[in-house]
Design a protein around this ligand. Structure first.
Ligand SMILES: NC(=O)c1ccc[n+]([C@@H]2O[C@H](COP(=O)([O-])OP(=O)(O)OC[C@H]3O[C@@H](n4cnc5c(N)ncnc54)[C@H](OP(=O)(O)O)[C@@H]3O)[C@@H](O)[C@H]2O)c1
Length: 174
């Protein structure tokens, strides 16, 4: 799982990120490239405002929605964007893609409803948490408490990307 918040848990505003830190986007890109990314429909729709209406390039976009029209319209498994009916269907689709692509990592990339569905999921063994803003609080309408997954997995390292962004890595030790 991979996410960014400010120091107070703010994660979104008007279905977008409330900040722009290119170093964090580059980190996200480097981690997720070539992999399946699981996201909620709102997050997928929010990508339009970043010029990514076809999803994240170079990744298999697995979008969770309750809209059956989308499930059937985009059934072809070879598409870069597929729509699935829920958490279990997303996990199955991502696992199939991973098995066919050198067991690549599977990433959960938001938004709030999807993070909250995975926070207690034992299949999530790694969490990259970017903390942005160097203590500044951003205006937002979406706040997420990631401490349960951080506590469960345990902190294994921190990468300082800039004065404004650091990434805490939580990983379950075998
Ligand atoms: N800071 C970060 O790292 C980060 C990352 C990503 C997103 N975000 C932010 O998170 C916010 C969006 O979060 P959100 O909770 O509103 O949206 P979301 O989780 O991206 O998507 C919610 C939608 O996903 C579908 N969905 C979710 N659970 C489902 C289930 N169990 N079964 C079927 N469909 C399901 C529904 O779509 P339908 O309505 O189509 O059924 C639901 O309306 C935005 O502000 C965004 O910018 C932040």
């Amino acid at each position: 799982m991979i996410a960014a918040t400010d120091s107070y848990g703010c994660a979104g505003l008007d279905n977008k990120l409330p900040w722009h830190f290119p170093e964090d986007l580059k980190y996200f890109q480097a981690m997720t490239m070539g992999c399946p990314v699981i996201m909620g429909h709102n997050t997928f729709k929010s990508l339009q405002s970043y010029g990514m209406s076809n999803g994240f390039k170079g990744r298999k976009n697995i979008v969770i929605t309750s809209d059956p029209v989308l499930w059937t319209k985009y059934l072809q498994p070879e598409l870069d964007v597929i729509y699935v009916s829920g958490i279990d269907a997303a996990k199955t689709a991502a696992k199939v893609y991973s098995l066919r692509n050198s067991n690549c990592d599977i990433w959960v990339v938001g938004g709030k409803s999807i993070y909250e569905a995975f926070i207690y999921d034992k299949d999530v063994t790694e969490f990259h948490w970017s903390v942005v803003g160097n203590g500044k609080g951003f205006v937002g309408d979406t706040f997420i408490d990631f401490t349960p997954i951080a506590d469960r997995l345990g902190l294994t390292g921190t990468a300082h990307l800039s004065d404004d962004v650091y990434v805490n890595l939580y990983r379950k030790e075998e």
